[in-house]
Each structure stands twice: as structure tokens, then as C-alpha cells.
Design a protein around this ligand. Structure first.
Ligand code: NAD
Ligand code: MG
Length: 377
């Protein structure tokens, strides 16, 4: 049984993680919950149901509110970044599920690795921003990183322990999002409420916008490079609108292994929590007769420049991926706030990458260098 700290428990991945544990209580015990500060009534409910030792709330006021609500329980409520770090350092925990959104997850992830916790990684922005640093630390500390992102969980399962020398290509699948097949002119007037409707997945607002721009696939290309040690040119994006094949690996001898399943994030979450065990069914079983036909096409990189921009950032290396991510985080927040248009998300990221002056030794950077990128964009 895993003893977990769940960062981002009130979000889409967080609530689905708790649902997996509700169905499979033998797979994990919740030692701590953490969230940003919204949805405090839900966080109270989760605390009463799972009775963790500790709850960390980033926002001080929200933490004070929760403390009052939980007065009749023995649960300790802590706040701020210090609170998140305290949760990640808990002796009782052996795994940290990183399900918070954005590069704010960087410091807690680093702390969890330092404290030798296995990482179940959903928070892809962290790995995109600081892949070299995180992977080096994980290796030095002997910490395993188990992917939760469905594509990376698929690749991890296909590889089944084999190294990058056995891989010819990674076939990273993408649903194509709600605007698959649209022209640039059609994308210009897109409003947040249109972009917030995803055909196959129900997710948090930021990743739903990232799926609509396909920035999510760009982030996932970078995530794949770090998790699996492949070169940028070995990662091919394949549009697969049905979201049944979650990704595939083509090996050097031409054999291709794909992983399939219903599009339900509880499956890759369960995979990470139980690894290497395969436990009981939580999601609906896959009915291939219902899902047929499965189709595959090339992405339109002229319209969805995100894929090209991510590849460029990946090839340039160093902190270019951090710039790519930070500019995207900021642009998505502005789009959701209604201050910039949909297609401006692409130009904001493009301009930030053009403006950035790389460090003299691009792969030697510190946590502080990455945080500075976040502040300066
Ligand atoms: P969400 O917006 O639904 O939830 C985000 C969670 O992060 C919330 O619990 C929120 O309280 C917490 N949070 C925000 N700021 C915080 C802070 N400063 N301190 C502590 N907690 C904070 O997001 P989501 O869709 O669940 O996505 C979470 C992560 O998982 C993202 O990195 C996303 O890219 C990744 N991911 C999500 C899905 C999905 O299906 N939703 C799939 C693959 C990967
Ligand atoms: Mg994904």
C-alpha cells in the first residue's frame, strides 16, 4: 500500500485520484492533502472522508477558514509554500502525487524528491520547465517518477522497463481538441467558453485550453523527452480523435506496441498508484466494437504552431522549454480573463522564445534560474 501526499486534491486529477482510492482502498492511504485555496467546502469534505494527518492550503485566508471548519478533528492545517513543502517532507508518506496546475509545482516536487518520495507526476509544467534538474535529482536520489499523464503512462507501459536505445520513435497521440480541422481565420474569434469544451476529456480549465491550442501536446513532447530520454526528432505527434490508443512506441526492429483503454484519467492514475501491480477494474472496460473505427492523421502544424514551437524549444534546450511554458501559462490566464484573443496565445509564446537570451551554459541551471523565468515573463 502506498502512503500518499496529494497535491491539488480539489482539481480534476486530484478528485479522480481520490475516486480511485475510494474504489481501491487497499492501494493507498492518504497522509496529506494540498490545494490552492478555492473549493474549501470540497477540501473539508475530502478531509473528513480520508482523514489525512495534514492539509496544506497555499492561500493563507483559505487555510484559516479550513482550520475553523476542521476544529472538531485532529487534522492539522498548514499554509503557504512552507505548508506545501512540509506536506512533501512527511515521514509517513512514500509517494507524492503532483496534481497541481502550473510551474508553482516546481518547489514542492523538488522537496519531494529530496525526501525520497516516489513521484506520481501529473503536473507536467514542472518537468517541462526544469526537466534536466528534476531528472538529475531523481537519479541522484534514486527516486522513481511514475507518469500520470495518459500518453506518458501509455509509453511507460509500452516500454516496460526497456531503455531509449531500443526506441526508434515515440508515437504521441493527440485527440486534436475541439478545433481539429479548423483554419487560422476560424480560430481568431474563438471565445473561452468554446475552447473550454473538450470532445473526449473533462479536465481543469488550463489544460483544456492547452488542448484546444495543442500547446498541451507541445508540453507533452518535452515531458516525453525528459521521462524517456529520447531525442526531439524521435517524438512524432499522431492525431487520433477517438482517444483510445493513448500512445505507442516503435522499437528499433519495427515492432510497434500501443496501449489502449477508455479515455478516463482514473486508469493512468490507478496504474501509477498500484505500479507494478495490476489491480481490479475501476473504470468501464474498453469495448472496441463500440469505438470502431480508430483513425490516425498528421497534425496541422501550420495552424497549430504550438507543436513546431515546442520542438524548437526542445532542440534549443536549456531554459527555452521553461520560457515556452511560462509564456503559455501567462497567455492562457489572460485568454481566460478575456484580455487577449485565442490566437494571441500562439504569438505570445513565439515572441517570448524570440526575446529570450539563453544562458552561456544552457544545461547548467539552478532552481532559482527557472523561478526567475516564471517571474520575468
Ligand atoms: P485543475 O485546475 O482541475 O486543478 C488544479 C489543482 O491545483 C486544484 O486542486 C488547485 O487547488 C491546485 N492548486 C492551484 N494552485 C495551487 C497552489 N498555489 N498551491 C497548491 N495547490 C494549487 O487542474 P487539473 O486538470 O487537475 O490538472 C492538474 C495537472 O495535471 C496539470 O499540470 C495538468 O496539465 C495535468 N494533467 C491533467 C489532466 C486532466 O485530465 N485533468 C490530464 C493529464 C495531465
Ligand atoms: Mg495527456
Amino acid at each position: 500500500m502506498r502512503h500518499i501526499v496529494l497535491l491539488g486534491s480539489t482539481g480534476s486529477i486530484g478528485t479522480q485520484t481520490l475516486d480511485v482510492i475510494r474504489h481501491q482502498p487497499e492501494c493507498a492511504k492518504v497522509e496529506a492533502l494540498a490545494a490552492g485555496g478555492g473549493r474549501i467546502p470540497l477540501l473539508e469534505e475530502q478531509t473528513r472522508e480520508f482523514m489525512p494527518r495534514l492539509v496544506a492550503v497555499y492561500d493563507e485566508k483559505a487555510a484559516a477558514d479550513l482550520r475553523v471548519r476542521l476544529q472538531d478533528t485532529p487534522v492539522r492545517v498548514v499554509s503557504g509554500m512552507a505548508g506545501l513543502l512540509e506536506a512533501c517532507a512527511m515521514e509517513e508518506a512514500d509517494m507524492v502525487v503532483t496534481a497541481m496546475v502550473g510551474m508553482i509545482g516546481l518547489e514542492p516536487t523538488v522537496e519531494a524528491i529530496r525526501r525520497h518520495k516516489t513521484i506520481a507526476l501529473a503536473n507536467k509544467e514542472t518537468l517541462v520547465c526544469a526537466g534536466a534538474l528534476i531528472m538529475r535529482m531523481a537519479q541522484e536520489e534514486g527516486v522513481q517518477i511514475l507518469p500520470v499523464d495518459s500518453e506518458h503512462s501509455a509509453i511507460f507501459q509500452c516500454l516496460d522497463g526497456r531503455g531509449p536505445e531500443t526506441v526508434r520513435r515515440i508515437l504521441l497521440t493527440a485527440s486534436g481538441g475541439p478545433f481539429r480541422g479548423w483554419t487560422w481565420e476560424q480560430l481568431v474569434p474563438v471565445r473561452p467558453e468554446q475552447a473550454l469544451k473538450h470532445p473526449n476529456w473533462s479536465m481543469g480549465a488550463k489544460i483544456t485550453i492547452d488542448s484546444a491550442t495543442m500547446m498541451n501536446k507541445g508540453l507533452e513532447m518535452i515531458e516525453a523527452k525528459w521521462l524517456f530520454g529520447v531525442r526531439p526528432e524521435q517524438i512524432e505527434v499522431v492525431v487520433h480523435p477517438q482517444s483510445i490508443v493513448h500512445s505507442a512506441v516503435e522499437f528499433t526492429n519495427g515492432s510497434v506496441i500501443a496501449q489502449m483503454g477508455v479515455p478516463d484519467m482514473r486508469l493512468p492514475i490507478q496504474e501509477a498508484l498500484e505500479y507494478p501491480v495490476r489491480g481490479a477494474l475501476t473504470v468501464e472496460p474498453l469495448d472496441l466494437f463500440q469505438k470502431s473505427p480508430l483513425t490516425f492523421e498528421k497534425p496541422d502544424e501550420e495552424v497549430f504552431r504550438s507543436i513546431r514551437l515546442a520542438r524548437e524549444a526542445l532542440i534549443k534546450g536549456g531554459l527555452y522549454p521553461a520560457v515556452f511554458n511560462a509564456a503559455n501559462e501567462k497567455a492562457v490566464a489572460e485568454f481566460l480573463a478575456g484580455t487577449i484573443g485565442f490566437t494571441e496565445i500562439f504569438s505570445r509564446v513565439e515572441e517570448a522564445l524570440e526575446r529570450y537570451d539563453a544562458l552561456p551554459h544552457p544545461d547548467v541551471y539552478t532552481l532559482e534560474d527557472v523561478l526567475e523565468i516564471g517571474r520575468s515573463i
